[in-house]
Design a protein around this ligand. Structure first.
Ligand SMILES: Cc1ncc(COP(=O)(O)O)c(C=O)c1O
Length: 225
């Protein structure tokens, strides 16, 4: 096709944010990576939440990585570090990537203090992602029991999308009313997204469910502050 740039890369997001934190299983990844290679494409995994997939499936990170040419992993998000991510690939690729990192202003010299937090996260915050996944199942079950919401059936990890079907409420109004009460469900289009992480416990999940139920059972949003 002369009008579009030639495709050279297949990028797989693990886990998939807008898909509701869904996991690419090793079989699925292997299949798409195989097709990509047949088409002459390199394979990159944006594994910002790779460890959520590891904990949800029991598949080692190395097995996912073996299907890719390059891989990105965040130590923030579920792993809870304040800053930090790594890019992995061949030595030659990393040498080029380091240069681009500097070209784009990504240099950080005294990075040891950030790296220490990332190492802590790897040592202490991987296994506990199972708690975030359990909390998300708890939230999904709680929200499913509320009239006026339509909650995604598939919940693989720590992300949940749901819609507001209540006649008097919409996603924006519910998100705003809950935010005023300390519960953050971000509005993305017509949907709301909830994410669990190490700063959210089961008690807070129950509070979020109770507040949501109370709002939707009460007076319509325009009469509330
Ligand atoms: C899928 C995915 N990849 C990459 C990033 C980049 O994160 P960071 O720049 O904090 O490493 C994000 C952040 O939201 C993300 O969701």
């Amino acid at each position: 096709m002369v009008y579009t740039p030639p495709a050279t890369l297949l990028c797989v997001e693990q886990t998939h944010n807008l898909g509701g934190g869904t996991v690419w299983t090793l079989d699925e990844l292997t299949a798409v990576a195989q097709t990509a290679r047949q088409l002459g494409l390199a394979v990159h995994m944006d594994g910002a939440r790779l460890m959520n997939a590891v904990i949800a499936t029991g598949t080692p990170a190395a097995a996912f990585a073996a299907q890719t040419d390059t891989l990105w992993l965040d130590f923030t998000k579920g792993l809870g570090a304040p800053i930090g991510a790594v890019l992995a690939g061949s030595a030659e690729f990393i040498e080029r990537a380091r240069r681009y990192k500097h070209v784009f202003g990504g240099a950080m010299r005294q990075a040891g203090i950030a790296a220490a937090a990332c190492l802590y996260a790897l040592d202490h915050h991987v296994e506990r992602l199972a708690e975030d996944h359990a909390n998300m199942q708890r939230l999904a079950a709680g929200l499913r029991a509320i009239d006026g919401l339509s909650v995604d059936d598939r919940v693989d990890t720590n992300i949940l999308f749901f819609e507001v079907t209540h006649p008097a409420w919409d996603a924006a109004a519910l998100s705003a009313a809950l935010a005023r009460r300390g519960v953050q469900f971000v509005q993305l289009g017509h949907r709301l997204r909830a994410v669990t992480h190490l700063d959210v416990d089961a008690e807070q999940i129950d509070t979020a469910v109770a507040l949501t139920a109370e709002l939707l059972a009460g007076p319509p949003p325009e009469t509330r502050s």
